[in-house]
Design a protein around this ligand. Structure first.
Ligand SMILES: NC(=O)C1=CN([C@@H]2O[C@H](COP(=O)(O)OP(=O)(O)OC[C@H]3O[C@@H](n4cnc5c(N)ncnc54)[C@H](OP(=O)(O)O)[C@@H]3O)[C@@H](O)[C@H]2O)C=CC1
Ligand SMILES: O=C(O)C1=N[C@H](C(=O)O)C[C@H](O)C1
Length: 271
């Protein structure tokens, strides 16, 4: 698929935290135009101008009419909830619309459905669109290989009080990258909670801890805990703009793809 600029971009979850950030980013980008803004049928935002929250006028009205929005769009950026994304996915396949999916919390079956849809349309799926987090994933791969024995690995993440899934998609991806670097399967070594008489730490496990509160945009720390020393690799987001800018890089990348499932390593040439 190749597309002429400006890229016609529809944003799902238009009145959400990320939806608003994405609408501002699309409006500000020279090579993109906002062609649709979607929200749920019961959303109080329906009928409003998509940029009204910022005191601006985009000329695009927030609607729940998926087919109408996709008919005039070549790309859908979706940061909603898994059930929303799955409904949008089916419609994008019908319309041949490329998708950037930032939603987290998918089940294994939902991930398989996304991979199946990517046989027909191009999709970028990533739990974190920021350049910094994706570079951090590469650092973690290197650290895990170098510290493969003698170091216990724990992943701690913190997010705002409104986040509904845990651990974060980013923390899970960090766990997957580390497990893969160590030749393990995260499913076999992840420990998601500890309470009561837990016994000693299981050798080779990867532990997760979740903090929720306030307006934390997104903090992730991976600890490699050895004897006599520990290494901590931390990424902290201070603005959602980095996720929005990463999403627009994904749109530009998808403009050159016919079909297939990609992630931000593909977009950022980090593979
Ligand atoms: N990949 C990345 O870089 C990032 C990923 N995320 C992920 O993006 C997602 C959204 O985060 P955030 O913007 O903070 O969440 P918000 O709750 O602020 O926004 C979600 C939006 O999606 C809408 N929505 C919810 N359910 C559905 C549905 N079933 N169908 C259609 N629309 C729906 C909401 O509408 P309503 O308000 O009416 O419910 C709202 O407009 C989360 O999964 C989060 O983890 C977040 C930041 C970065
Ligand atoms: O819900 C959020 O806010 C975020 N979600 C993503 C995740 O689950 O990893 C990315 C980022 O951490 C912000």
């Amino acid at each position: 698929m190749t597309h002429d600029t400006p890229f016609r971009v529809c944003v799902a979850g238009a009145s959400g935290r990320m939806g608003r950030m994405l609408i501002e980013a699309v409006e500000a980008a020279d090579d993109c135009v906002l062609s649709g803004a979607l929200d749920r049928p019961d959303s109080p935002a329906l009928g409003q101008d998509a940029a009204a929250f910022a005191g601006q006028h985009s000329g695009v009205t927030i609607s729940a009419d998926l087919d109408a929005a996709l008919a005039s769009s070549r790309f859908l950026i979706d940061f909603t909830r898994p059930e929303g994304t799955m409904a949008h996915l089916a419609a994008c396949v019908r319309h041949g619309t490329a998708m950037v999916i930032g939603t987290t919390g998918f089940s294994e079956a939902q991930k398989a459905d996304i991979a199946a849809a990517a046989r027909q349309i191009p999709i970028v799926l990533a739990p974190n669109m920021s350049v910094g987090v994706n570079v951090t994933l590469k650092l973690l791969d290197m650290a895990a290989r170098a510290l493969a024995s003698g170091y216990d690995i724990e992943i701690v993440e913190a997010h705002h009080r409104h986040k509904v899934d845990a651990p974060s998609g980013t923390a899970l991806k960090m766990g997957e990258v580390i497990a893969q670097a160590l030749g393990r399967d995260l499913k076999d070594c992840a420990v998601y909670e500890r309470v009561g008489h837990t016994g000693e730490r299981a050798a080779g496990s990867i532990g997760f801890a979740t903090v929720r509160g306030g307006d934390v945009v997104g903090d992730h720390t991976v600890m490699f805990l050895g004897t006599g020393e520990r290494i901590e690799i931390t990424h902290k987001s201070s603005s959602r703009a980095t996720y929005a800018q990463g999403s627009l890089r994904a749109v530009r990348f998808l403009a050159g793809q016919e079909r297939g499932l990609y992630d931000m390593f593909d977009v950022l040439n980090l593979r």
